[in-house]
Design a protein around this ligand. Structure first.
Ligand SMILES: [Zn+2]
Length: 502
């Protein structure tokens, strides 16, 4: 292809970041790398921030947008349209200091739900049709935000997030009818991804965003969940549970010729092993060997985990398929939980090459500063279960090798946090996995609350540099504006400007 020099330079500047990825991808795997779906409209670079409704109410829509555009150099608002979780919705979590803006009172009465009005006809096929948030006097914050963002040249993406923390039937009517059933036949508090009502509750929201709010630029979808094996061996739930054994999942198991009874037996034996680990009652062959023996005696444990994971990924693929059937040009992508960077076991279940077949972008969470404490907690948990013959500090050097990390010593991790090098390595890993087929927008830590190291402007600057130097075409400032200090946000803007990206 021969282009006049001027045209060539114009093309270069418009696609500089993509070209960088393109070169990486083509060099690595020329025939397999399909181009990103050409019809999808992506910002380049995409500089996004996660923003919850409370900040619009507390601080006013226009001042917030002006700051984000002018100082943080944001061009895309991931507006948290749906959540029940204080990690993405509401003000700062109680017990952590407020940032230097917003109302300085903890909102422990935060409920969650949809901060937008929706047409009930999209939810005729589900009992979960009443989920309008009672917060903020029922204001339709999405409708209020859209025109003000447009005036400022900002894209708004529906940031739809589900995490079952503190989630209970009081919040969502009929939740108790769609929850997962554990291995002992008891209801849990987390909805089942094979429950048709829960699925229609998700799919209806996709329709609302694209049909009822055509000004939305796209959808960012997040459901933070893990299967029964992950929950047991290092998931981090306060009370890990083994699920799901509801009638929908049993039917699906039957289709796979998977023995329910064998799966039950296996998981109950595994629960007993982990209880023994908790009590430090070492089995004759130690914890890990006994764990592995159980997996070989009961391959149904892994098969049930796969049934769970496949179902979870099916919901993501369905969400994508529905969105594309309505608005193929609007990007839809997925938030990938932080655990994918912390647990080698969970990492194995998040295959980015596979996700790239049903996404336009991914946002892998790489919360590095809070990540030190989180990584230490994961190592603690895994050393409390299947690696209980070892201490976390014994596991650490080997863990760094297999995860391709080079971070602080175990006892230093919370105080040190994870470095920008971790962000760079994870960014490159995901880029290499998706081979240029989809965009990768790492979610970086701009003040995720934790007991360890606190985020500084230098940290944010280093993370932003790491993301773009690694070849990603965008970034998501995480987790929510209401927990971020203004100086940290301004540091993101400075780094972007210095890199010539904005
Ligand atoms: Zn189920």
């Amino acid at each position: 292809m021969h282009l006049p020099r001027r045209q060539f330079i114009h093309l270069l500047s418009a696609t500089a970041v993509w070209a960088m990825i393109g070169r990486r991808s083509r060099a690595a795997d020329a025939p397999a790398a399909a181009p990103i779906r050409p019809a999808v409209k992506l910002r380049n670079p995409c500089v996004a921030i996660q923003l919850g409704g409370v900040s619009l109410v507390d601080e006013g829509i226009e001042p917030v947008l002006d700051f984000l555009r002018d100082k943080a150099r944001v061009n895309t608002i991931w507006f948290n349209t749906y959540t029940w979780d204080h990690g993405t919705g509401g003000r700062q979590i109680e017990g952590f200091p407020f940032p230097d803006h917003g109302v300085q009172v903890y909102d422990n009465d935060f409920v969650g739900g949809a901060v937008f009005d929706y047409d009930r006809r999209y939810f005729e096929r589900t009992i979960l049709s009443e989920f309008r948030s009672p917060d903020y006097q029922g204001r339709n914050l999405l409708a209020e935000l859209l025109p003000k963002a447009r005036e400022r040249g900002l894209d708004v993406v529906a940031w739809d997030f589900f995490y079952p923390n503190d989630f209970n039937p009081k919040k969502l009517k009929h939740l108790d009818r769609v929850v997962e059933i554990d291995v002992h036949g008891r209801p849990t508090w987390a909805p089942c991804n094979n429950n048709p009502d829960w699925r229609q509750h998700m799919y209806g929201r996709v329709e609302v965003y694209l049909r009822q709010y055509p000004e939305l630029a796209g959808i960012a979808w997040g459901q933070e969940r893990m299967g029964p094996l992950m929950n047991l061996i290092g998931g981090g739930w306060t009370q890990p549970f083994v699920s799901c054994f509801c009638p929908h999942c049993l039917r699906k198991a039957e289709e796979r010729n998977l023995s329910v009874e064998r799966a039950r037996e296996g998981f109950i034996a595994l629960e007993k092993l982990l209880a023994a680990a908790h009590a430090s009652e070492r089995p004759v062959d130690g914890y890990f060997v006994t764990f592995w023996r159980l997996l070989s005696q009961y391959p149904e444990i892994l098969a049930w985990e796969k049934l769970w994971t496949d179902s979870y990924h099916e919901t993501r693929a369905d969400v994508y398929r529905i969105a594309k059937s309505i608005a193929p040009e609007k990007p839809l992508g997925f938030h990938i939980l932080h655990q994918a960077t912390l647990s080698p076991f969970y990492r194995a279940e998040e295959d980015y090459a596979e996700t790239a077949t049903y996404a336009d972008f991914v946002k892998p969470a790489m919360y590095n500063v809070a990540g030190g404490e989180r990584m230490a907690s994961f190592l603690d948990r895994i050393s409390g279960t299947i690696f209980h013959d070892a201490k976390p500090e014994d596991v650490l050097p080997f863990y760094y090798k297999i995860m391709n990390y080079d971070e602080a010593a175990f006892t230093e991790l919370p105080r040190a946090g994870l470095s920008a090098g971790y962000v760079a390595r994870e960014t490159r890993r995901v880029l290499d996995a998706v081979q240029g087929r989809i965009a990768v927008y790492p979610g970086i830590d701009v003040g995720v609350p934790g007991r360890g190291k606190q985020v500084t402007p230098q940290d944010v600057r280093a993370s932003v540099q790491a993301v773009f130097a690694s070849g990603a075409p965008g970034i998501v400032l995480s987790r929510k504006y209401s927990e971020m200090k203004l100086a940290n946000l301004a540091a993101a803007g400075d780094a972007l400007r210095e890199a010539g990206l904005v």
